[in-house]
Design a protein around this ligand. Structure first.
Ligand SMILES: Nc1nc2c(ncn2[C@@H]2O[C@H](COP(=O)(O)OP(=O)(O)O)[C@@H](OP(=O)(O)OP(=O)(O)O)[C@H]2O)c(=O)[nH]1
Ligand SMILES: [Mn+2]
Length: 181
């Protein structure tokens, strides 16, 4: 019981940290949904759809876009949440100094060799974003860009397979509906 309590506190620390860091960001949907809905939703896919209980994975899911999209540094994460969580976030963080095309290419290249923990976060991240894309076109995106995102995601997901049947099944439903499988 005491341990369960500790786990809740550690998760709340991550939700609070991510909420503060993403506080000024919005999703690119028509409602301009607060960005924090995305990392929370990614963590929820892992708990409620995939039955994942690994605290490191859930913390990394909640924090996964803080370095990529806010002023957060890996040093800051390591000090507050430890090396194991930070290492998973590092694995799923794109290098924003690279051109977009190169970042996209590297996600495909790095997917197969990433850790099991990083693969879980990445699978849930892609499922959340593709579900969003099925609901509507993000602000500023052309239908061509949406199509390309589905195709590219399939290539990344193909390198993440064999790690989480529940999430992979949901992703495959989307790829089949889009004629990619
Ligand atoms: N589908 C969708 N995506 C949105 C929306 N609002 C924000 N995003 C974010 O946009 C990113 C995908 O857009 P891109 O244009 O390809 O990414 P980039 O900004 O890093 O180049 C995702 O980043 P990410 O989570 O880091 O994932 P990844 O695509 O980089 O792997 C996703 O979270 C929305 O309304 N719908
Ligand atoms: Mn994300």
């Amino acid at each position: 019981m005491a341990q369960e309590g500790d786990v809740s506190i550690e998760l709340i620390e991550c939700v609070d940290f991510a909420a503060i860091k993403h506080r000024n960001q919005r999703r690119k949907d028509s409602d301009s949904t607060p960005y924090i809905n995305h990392p929370v939703g990614v963590a929820r896919i892992l708990t409620s759809e995939a039955g994942i209980k690994d605290l490191i994975v859930l913390q990394a899911a909640l924090l996964h876009d803080t370095v990529e999209d806010t002023d957060t540094t890996f040093e800051e994460l390591e000090k507050k949440f430890g090396k194991a969580v930070t290492d998973v976030v590092r694995e799923v963080t794109d290098d924003k100094s690279l051109p977009s095309e190169e970042r996209k290419r590297l996600q495909i290249v790095h997917a197969p060799t990433s850790s099991h923990e990083a693969k879980l976060v990445k699978l849930a991240d892609k499922l959340y974003n593709l579900r969003d894309l099925c609901k509507g076109t993000p602000r500023g995106w052309s239908s061509r860009r949406c199509e390309e995102y589905f195709k590219w995601s399939k290539k990344v997901v193909d390198g993440l397979r064999g790690n989480c049947p529940a999430i992979e099944k949901e992703l495959d439903k989307i790829f089949i509906a889009k004629g990619l499988m």
